[in-house]
Each structure stands twice: as C-alpha cells, then as structure tokens.
Design a protein. Structure first.
Lengths: 123, 219
C-alpha cells in the first residue's frame, strides 16, 4: 500500500488495515512463514507511523484492539500503545505472556522484560 | 492451507478428552465486560464507539467452530510444525499423552516424543546443561553456532559445555523461528540481524533470553 493511500485514509480505516495486517501475521507465524511475517511488519509499521503522524497521535485508536479476540492483534496493539495507554497495554502483554502460547507469549514477555530492564523506551 | 484461530479440535480423543477441546479457553479472548463475546467495539479518533463487528477468529470466514487436526500428514514442513505445536499444546492442557494423540493421528507418531517434551516445565541452566539428550530433545547452542562460526569464534568456544543445553525439540524449533523473526525488542530487526558483529557476551545474553521467553529456562 502506497504512503499516499495511507495518508488519504481516515483513522478508522487505518485501524482496519492494522487489524488485517496483524491477523495475517498471526497466520504467518502459526505456520512458520517467517518471510511473510517479516514483510508484514513493514506494512504494519507504515500504518502505525501514519496513525502517529496524525494530530494528537491517533495510535490511541488502536487501544480498543487490546481486547481483540485474536492474540496477535492484541500483541501488536499493545506494542504501539505503550505510551498512550501504559496500564492497559502492559496488562494485555502480561496476559499474553501468562497464556504461554508461542509466539505471542514470547514477544509479550520479551517486551515486558525489556521494559523492566529499561532497555525499551516506548515512543 | 487451513487458517486457524485460537481453537483446535482433537476428534475421537479418548476419555476424558472426547469432548471438543479448545486451544486457548482464556476469558480474555473476549472483550472485557461485554457479555456478548461475539462482538468488539471499535472507536473513532476521539475514542467514541463507531461500530459493532462480528468476531474474527483469524479465519477467512468468521466461525466459532474449532478447526480439526488433519488426519492426513500436511504436505509442507511448516504446516506440520504448526499443527504439531498446536496439538501438543492442546494435548498438554487437556492431560492427553502425546502417544495417545499419535494413535489418533498416525502421521504424528514420528513426532510423539517431541510433542511430549514440549510441555516440560522451565528448568534451571544447570539442569539444562547436565541433561542427557534423548528422544524428543535436542542439543542447543546458547550462542548460535552458525553466526558465531561465521564471525570467527573457535569451535572450542562454540561447542564448549558452557554453551550447550538440552532442550525440548519443538522449543528448539521455536527458538530458531524467534531468531529469524523481526521484533520490537530489537528495533524491529530480527535477533539474528541485531546480533551480527556483536560480542560473545551480548550473543549469550540474548541466547539466554530466548531460552527464558520460550519457557525452557526459568526466568
């Protein structure tokens, strides 16, 4: 998706895009399609960057995804809302970590541990 | 390729697992405080609810039916690994021995030992280092051997007892996958790319972290 298309999208559609991309990440991770997963990261970052660039940092529109039924969507929503909804996003990460379902549990635990060590500075 | 959500069905499993089992029967999979778990709320830029949608369980068609473990051996390695891990996890949650699962799905028999070891609890580093490798277990290099060798580290260091642990085979697969997957913890690089050219201590620190986050090494 081109940067211009993203710029023309209303926030609600960007959130839809984010959800679709992270659902595809879930499928890619489930069956070990690492190349696909990694390419989807670029698409997700583009959407997140576009949301962040909107007035008031519209990544806040990702907060409702912290309770999405799919754990990959919840994971990535938490990653991008650490500064905007620190309590809720950390709670989501903790729940994902406690569930011990790879890979989401591993990434959630990795982020929580990095935050505790101070290695990770959410922005 | 089948697409799956959070659920999995083991058909005709022996009692007490004859009933449908789910991979992740966690209440948090539903919107908190919402009695209708089939919907979630979306908000606009101001945080106001704008729509109610049907739940999507990562399938092309929204469904609440858990997918069924395939009777036939999946054609690709990645599909087999995906089903093996999901089935091992479900079996462990339901207290079903891997050998019983393998009776239901003969293509899994070859992997039964690996499925059983997948549910091992985390162990201490000393326990992992002193364990004897057997069926369902692999010897794992804490500092990845391929990259270390490429960067000129001697085999004596790479294969030293201090760098070797015995871990469940399917956890080993997960660690290999983790090393190749882009992650926020590493600035959206893969751990392997992040570690390129870094010293042994950093590589080892990340290697130990990998063991912890996949649940092999006690935190």
């Amino acid at each position: 998706m081109s940067p211009q298309l993203l710029k023309d999208m209303p926030v609600v559609e960007l959130v839809d895009q984010f959800t679709e991309i992270t659902l595809r990440q879930y499928d890619a991770a489930l069956f070990g399609n690492i190349t696909k997963y990694n390419s989807l990261v670029d698409q997700m970052l583009a959407v997140a960057d576009e949301l962040k660039s909107r007035p008031g940092d519209q990544r806040s529109a990702l907060v409702p995804l912290l309770v999405h039924p799919n754990r990959q969507v919840r994971l990535m929503a938490a990653e991008f809302t650490l500064t905007l909804a620190p309590v809720a996003s950390r709670q989501t990460l903790q729940e994902l970590s406690d569930a011990k379902v790879y890979p989401q549990s591993a990434y959630a635990m990795g982020t929580l541990r990095a935050l505790e060590r101070g290695d990770r500075k959410p922005s | 390729m089948a697409r799956r959500g959070d659920a999995l069905r083991i058909r005709d499993a022996p009692a007490p697992a004859r009933a449908e089992v789910r991979l992740q029967p966690r209440p948090a999979a539903r919107p908190r405080g919402n009695p209708d778990g089939g919907q979630w709320t979306e908000t606009d830029a101001n945080g106001n609810p704008v729509a109610q949608r049907r739940v999507r369980l990562a399938g092309d068609v929204p469904t609440n039916d858990p997918p069924e473990v395939p009777k036939e051996r999946p054609k690709t390695s990645s599909e087999r690994v995906g089903w093996l891990k999901a089935t091992a996890r479900t079996a462990a949650e339901q207290g079903i021995a891997a050998v019983e699962v393998a009776k239901l799905y003969p293509w899994m028999a070859y992997y039964a030992a690996g499925m059983q070891s997948y549910s091992d609890p985390p162990r201490s580093l000393d326990e992992l280092r002193s364990a004897t490798p057997g069926p369902g277990y692999d010897i794992h290099h804490i500092v990845e051997q391929g990259q270390a060798e490429d960067e000129g580290y001697p085999r004596e260091a790479i294969d030293s007892p201090d760098n070797l642990v015995v871990i469940p085979r399917m956890k080993h697969w997960e660690i290999n996958q983790w090393y190749q997957t882009r992650s926020p913890e590493f600035g959206w690089q893969t751990p392997r790319d992040y570690l390129e050219g870094r010293n042994w201590a950093v590589k080892r620190s990340v290697g130990l972290e990998a063991l912890k986050i996949v649940g092999v090494l006690k935190p």
